[in-house]
Design a protein around this ligand. Structure first.
Ligand code: SF4
Length: 256
């Protein structure tokens, strides 16, 4: 949990949950999985038992979810309004996140109404089910998003479109394949980024072009995060010779 997050499109991260399971190709080099293993090795109890080594020695999620009650109410202590990314070390709608966990986190976001929260999931079906089943209220200060890394998971966008939200967004990161002519109706914001770090899979410019064209067509704000690669700083974040930093204003949703 940190204010001044290094993630380009948020201000702070808040991790009331930790732990996950890989669900699609975009998870293969999950940075959170590797980081959780390092944090466990450093003795951080929150990350104990969340990963184990596979036959090649790579840390893999075990599927255990840790609910960190000690940080649940942290956003209420942050007096200045922040843009807060929820659960950078997990997925709020993981199958082992219980009703009580999701409900507790949801109602802290409601109480901390001066902040804007960003929830990003690869499990939109469970998100829609839980919002419906638990009768979770629509929060004007909550943006809901899905990750889409290639064409195989584009259907996540259709589920997101059906989900009640003040604002919907897509993270096309790590973009590891073409998504085709994607429908962005009802989607306010798109983030595009290539994979970075060891074993990073390259991103082709034509895949970015398709998404950029869709953003223009549907008036979706376009944020180009990075080309990625093993040396992401060197590859930079210029697309068509410029930076693309469009994102919704935190006040955007307050009219909802
Ligand atoms: S859903 Fe997110 S946190 Fe979970 S394994 Fe995939 S990339 Fe990692």
């Amino acid at each position: 949990m940190a204010q001044n997050s290094a993630i380009e499109w948020t201000n702070a991260t808040w991790n009331p949950l930790a732990g996950c399971t890989c669900v699609s190709e975009g998870c293969r080099n999950c940075y959170a999985m590797a980081l959780a293993a390092r944090l466990e090795a450093m003795g951080q109890e929150k990350y104990t038992g969340l990963t184990c080594k596979n036959v090649t020695g790579k840390a893999m999620w075990t599927g255990r979810i840790h609910f960190d009650a000690s940080c649940l109410e942290k956003p209420l202590e942050w007096k200045a309004p922040q843009l807060i990314f929820v659960n950078s070390m997990s997925d709020l709608f993981h199958e082992n996140a219980t009703d009580d966990m999701v409900r507790a986190i949801w109602y802290v976001m409601r109480r901390a109404h001066w902040h804007t929260f960003q929830v990003l999931t690869k499990r939109p079906e469970r998100m829609l089910d839980m919002i419906t089943k638990l009768e979770l209220p629509l929060l004007p200060n909550l943006w809901l998003g899905v990750s889409v890394e290639n064409k195989a998971v584009v259907k996540r966008i259709d589920v997101l479109r059906k989900t009640p939200a003040a604002l919907r967004f897509i993270s096309f990161e790590p973009l590891i394949g073409a998504v085709g002519k994607v429908n962005l109706a009802g989607i306010s914001w798109a983030i595009v980024g290539g994979e970075s770090g060891p074993g990073a899979r390259p991103m082709k410019e034509e895949w970015v072009d398709e998404i950029h064209a869709a953003c223009t067509r549907y008036k979706t704000l376009f944020f180009f995060k990075q080309w990625g690669g093993v040396q992401k700083k060197k590859a930079g974040r210029l697309y068509k010779d410029q930076e693309w930093n469009d994102m919704p204003s935190p006040d955007y949703q307050k009219s909802v």
